[in-house]
Design a binder for this molecule. Structure first.
Ligand code: MG
Length: 427
């Protein structure tokens, strides 16, 4: 599959290729699908004519994995073969413009995978850690947040205390709601299996009655010396979002995440102006332009950049620069479906951007460390980058084969969620 081609005509080299006379060329763009954490990781390897020199990127999109892979294998790879890998900005623009109908999350993930691989490759050629290409370090480590969930405030507060004992100063807290599906709380009504199959409907009224007060109780039990975060996961409409903010003030949250869906982004200005809680949004954005209106205000406090989906580090760095100029902090997306390759690439941005606030940090299964040597682990509540060349995470192709993605690929679980009246609900 990786070498099939529907666009065999090579693209003309960059106009300056001859005067530069560079000898290095891209020889292949290969894709690998593996699942050592239980979710599909789509890895991109950009290979060159220099023995042993390659770059690694991540194009993981759990719901559209095969579509992203097709874009990479059939459209992007043929355009890159034979090109000088040094011209990252030019290649990014060229790939964006290679289709008349641009954009979309599938294209964004494909471009993101290639872009991160090209940055990794450039840093390796220069013998430098990736963050040093972005101006160098501005901090020792990137503060990270971990996730806890539970059935009641006491259980969750105990887990927050345990996370603090592991060094975390930032903890995302999610609570199950009796009789309702709840995002991020594994033991929703009916047990894990029912929650997984989305057999329990999402009841926004029950959520609004229960969760804001529970968050305040968790704050009282856990104390003031820990930052608490919460993810609404775009499940409220604008009216409900206003009600949530009114009720949640006492919890003293560090931020509330995805209070609204991207489709409702125009409501952020009004919500933000009256909100007692900092607002974070952006993990669903696949185009940096989606951030511009929100940063203009600014109408948000944290930009949740997802590096692979946004199109890679090239556009993510531009969003980070805009954030810095607007006094908005970065809180990059980083659950386990962002592979260790993308995590390390995101960390290079975190460690070199003054706008950085906090990084979501997955705790990967042991198998992930076998497939991705150099996977970064949170220590003392933060992530520290490697000082080796590139982003510092490698990919073991042989180990990856031991963790094939489950067949058939799960792609529709999100679509099963409904409200009590039977209407389709956002994931
Ligand atoms: Mg989220």
């Amino acid at each position: 599959m990786a070498d099939r081609t529907v666009t065999p005509a090579p693209l003309a080299p960059a106009p300056w290729a001859e005067e530069r006379g560079a000898k290095i060329r891209i020889t292949a763009v290969r894709t690998f699908l593996t699942s050592p954490h239980g979710c599909p990781h789509l890895i991109v390897r950009v290979e060159t004519n220099e023995p042993g020199l390659y770059g690694l990127g991540c194009a993981s999109d759990p719901q559209r994995t095969l579509a992203v892979r097709t874009v990479l294998d059939e459209y992007v790879a043929p355009l890159l073969r034979g090109r000088d890998p040094d011209d990252i900005e030019d290649i990014h623009r060229l790939l964006l413009n290679s289709a008349y109908w641009r954009g979309g999350s599938v294209t964004g993930n494909a471009l993101g995978g290639v872009d991160v691989a090209l940055w990794d490759l450039k840093a390796k050629r220069l013998g430098a850690p990736l963050h040093s290409l972005f101006g160098g370090r501005v901090r020792h480590r990137a503060d990270a947040y971990t996730h806890v969930d539970g059935a009641d405030p006491a259980e969750i507060a105990d887990k927050v205390t345990a996370a603090r004992e592991r060094g975390f100063r930032h903890v995302r807290v999610q609570m199950s709601v009796p009789g309702s599906d709840t995002y991020g709380a594994a033991r929703g009504a009916g047990g894990e299996q029912a929650a997984r199959e989305r057999r329990v409907p999402w009841d926004s009224a029950a959520y609004l009655r229960t969760v804001p007060a529970a968050l305040a109780r968790i704050r009282a039990l856990a104390g003031d010396e820990v930052e608490l975060l919460h993810d609404v996961h775009e499940r409220l409409d604008p009216r409900q979002a206003r009600e949530f903010l009114r009720r949640v003030e006492e919890a003293g949250l560090y931020f509330v995440e995805d209070l609204l869906a991207p489709e409702d982004a125009r409501h952020f200005a009004r919500l933000h102006a009256a909100s007692p809680v900092p607002l974070a949004v952006g993990e669903l954005f696949h185009d940096p332009a989606q951030f511009t209106a929100l940063l203009d205000g600014p109408d948000i406090d944290f930009a949740r950049v997802r590096v692979p989906t946004l199109g890679g580090l090239t556009p993510a760095r531009k969003v980070a620069a805009f954030c810095e100029l607007r006094g908005v902090r970065l809180a990059p997306h980083g659950p386990a479906d962002v592979s260790p390759v993308a995590q390390a690439a995101t960390l290079a941005l975190d460690i070199s951007s003054h706008a950085f606030g906090v990084q979501e940090a997955a705790t990967f299964r042991p198998a992930v460390h076998e497939v991705f040597p150099g996977t970064v682990v949170a220590v003392d509540g933060g992530l520290a980058p490697h000082e080796r060349p590139g982003h510092g995470v490698d990919f073991d192709e042989v180990a990856a084969r031991r963790f094939p993605v489950p067949e058939p690929l799960e792609h529709d679980r999100w679509a099963l969620l409904r409200a009590p009246d039977g209407s389709v609900q956002r994931p």
